[in-house]
Design a protein around this ligand. Structure first.
Ligand SMILES: [Zn+2]
Ligand SMILES: [Zn+2]
Length: 344
């Protein structure tokens, strides 16, 4: 079978390796035939040697959809022929966060595609507790986008009840877009999404996020007044990962409000803790998702309430993995989700 290995930053090696055999599956293992892989922002960082914890060489790919080829004797979640996706989290099950059910922040968390090998290959063996079946009729493209959608599902729960609240999402890349869509899904009154790229904001509007603001042209404070008027906003999501973004969120949000930090900051921002205290703001962290977030993401996508089509901007065959990265580099502002199609 084919396998793509990121040997070192910027260096993908294609290999022909033996496929795992169905006979050797452990009772709870599932053999997947990988069909689609979505390229993720974090993997772009790994490709450029800027992801702090990537262990090279590594097989990338953690957003994927697949068809089940074979299952171990104890597997009940899926059968051969089913379309599925699976969480890329390898957790210990015995640390305190795991015992509390917060395995997304397992003390020994390893994420496939960064700390362990991922799905950039024709066949892949995963444990059944991470597998989720795709509903009939869901496309394999959408199946590969359950992972980023689950980030939207989980992070929006971290803000508490969003019903009737006004929300600002700073950053309109794939994750910011999905966070904004999930905020609306959870009953937020109005959602304003901001970015410095008109193309991304255009895609946000195509996804049904009505209020958009280019903060290069109009300061956040002004945009917030235009959209929310006297109501202000009560929840912010920081998805841009730059100091100016979280700073203006803090300065514009209503006193007593909550900001969820989703972005990975390359450089730590210098923020005023005095201001944070005076305004009684709550800053909340969030990491990945849990199994129920995958399930909720699938339900939201298949109900049509999360619109993924405008997010898929480009696709490449497996052999052109490098070209996909080069394309993303050359089209930073206009490329959102790039899909690798293993069947092409
Ligand atoms: Zn991802
Ligand atoms: Zn653990």
């Amino acid at each position: 079978m084919r396998q793509a290995v990121l040997m070192a930053p910027g260096q993908i090696e294609f290999r022909e390796v033996p496929a795992p055999s169905a006979e050797n599956l452990a009772p709870h293992e599932v053999l997947l035939n990988i069909k689609r892989i979505g390229i993720c922002g974090s993997e772009i960082h790994s490709y450029h040697g800027k992801h702090p914890s990537t262990i090279y060489p590594v097989v990338q790919g953690h957003e994927y959809s697949a068809i089940v080829t074979a299952v171990g004797s104890a597997v009940t979640v899926c059968r051969p022929g089913d379309a599925v996706t699976a969480r890329p989290q390898l957790v210990c099950g015995s640390c305190n966060p795991c015992k509390r059910g917060q395995y997304n922040v397992c003390e020994n968390l390893r994420v496939q595609a960064f700390h362990a090998d991922g799905a950039a290959r024709d066949f892949f063996v995963v444990d059944d507790d991470r597998v989720v079946k795709l509903p009939d009729g869901m496309s394999l493209d959408f199946g590969a986008m359950v992972e980023p959608s689950a980030v939207g599902a989980h992070s929006t729960k971290r803000a508490g009840d969003l019903k009737g609240k006004n929300v600002v999402v700073s950053g309109a890349g794939t994750i910011g877009n999905l966070v904004a869509q999930f905020a609306l899904y959870r009953g937020a009154a109005k959602v304003l999404i901001t970015d410095i790229s008109d193309q991304r904001l255009d895609i946000a509007r195509k996804c049904g996020i009505e209020h958009t603001l280019n903060v290069l042209q109009t300061p956040l404070e002004e945009g917030v007044k235009d959209v929310f008027g006297e109501e202000g906003f009560q929840v912010g999501f920081e998805v841009a990962g730059v100091e100016s973004s979280i700073r203006s969120l803090m300065q514009t949000i209503e006193k007593g409000s909550t900001i969820v930090v989703i972005a990975v900051f390359e450089k730590d921002p210098a923020l005023s803790m005095y201001y944070l205290g005076e305004h009684e703001l709550t800053l909340v962290g969030t990491l990945m998702y849990r199994h129920e977030d995958y399930q909720e993401a699938i339900n939201a996508i298949s109900s049509g309430k999360i619109n993924l089509n405008p997010l898929i901007t480009n696709r490449f065959p497996f052999e052109q993995f490098d070209d996909a990265y080069n394309f993303i580099d050359a089209n930073r502002m206009s490329s959102l989700k790039v899909i690798i199609d293993l069947t092409e």
